[in-house]
Design a protein around this ligand. Structure first.
Ligand code: PAN
Ligand code: ZN
Length: 195
């Protein structure tokens, strides 16, 4: 165990912009476009049409790793645009943590939607989200966020980089439920991929 502070062992603060839903300075930004989530939406014709019409951004993730010589507590801010593919609301890909013992904290700061969570044993939970809701995602639960509003949905995440991301189960089977618009309302429907 190091007892002497190295350059990366000093405190760091960043400034969050509540208007934009972004912070600075950040280490990295990742954009996810419709084409990055093409298999996740139900309506494949609507996916193709959206890609042809310019492949818009569905969400961005702003990162800071905060790595020190002993720790890796990461900050990730996700900003999901409002919108739908067919009648299905914009959402994150969703993933399990590759390390099975790794939890996460999500803090909704802007917008409205749902945090969907699902365990491999079949349990499903949906937390209704509005600004101020803070959710704990325990280890072993896949997690996805859906924006059902007319504004960007922004949430702050804190997790260990060592958690890693496992997208495969979600790519293969999706989540149990999809969130779609029906008669102007956001409703849950069964995911037919599950058969
Ligand atoms: C978040 C997510 C972020 C984007 O930082 O990585 O919201 O979602 P996807 O990774 O599913 O595309 C997190 O849960 N990190 O562990
Ligand atoms: Zn995660």
């Amino acid at each position: 165990m190091p007892t002497i502070l190295t350059e990366k062992d000093y405190p760091v603060s960043v400034l969050f912009d509540f208007e934009k839903g972004d912070f600075s300075p950040k280490e990295k930004t990742v954009e996810r476009h419709v084409s990055d989530l093409s298999m996740m939406f139900d309506d494949q014709d609507a996916v193709d049409a959206a890609i042809e019409q310019g492949d818009p951004i569905i969400y961005e993730i702003f990162y800071h790793g905060f790595e020190t010589s002993l720790s890796d507590m990461a900050l990730g801010v996700t900003r999901i645009q409002p919108g739908k593919i067919g009648n299905e609301f914009y959402m994150t890909k969703g993933h399990f943590h590759a390390a099975e013992d790794q939890p996460e904290i999500y803090f909704c700061v802007k917008g409205n939607g749902y945090l969907l969570m699902e365990a491999k044993s079949g349990e499903f939970r949906a937390e209704e989200w509005k600004p101020g809701v803070i959710s704990h995602i325990p280890p072993m639960w896949a997690h996805r966020v859906v924006n059902i509003g007319d504004e960007p949905l922004v949430f702050v995440a804190s997790y260990h980089l060592a958690a890693g991301h496992d997208y495969e189960p979600v790519i293969e089977k999706g989540f149990q439920k999809r969130v779609v618009e029906k008669n102007g309302e956001a409703v849950f429907i069964e995911n037919e991929q599950r058969g």
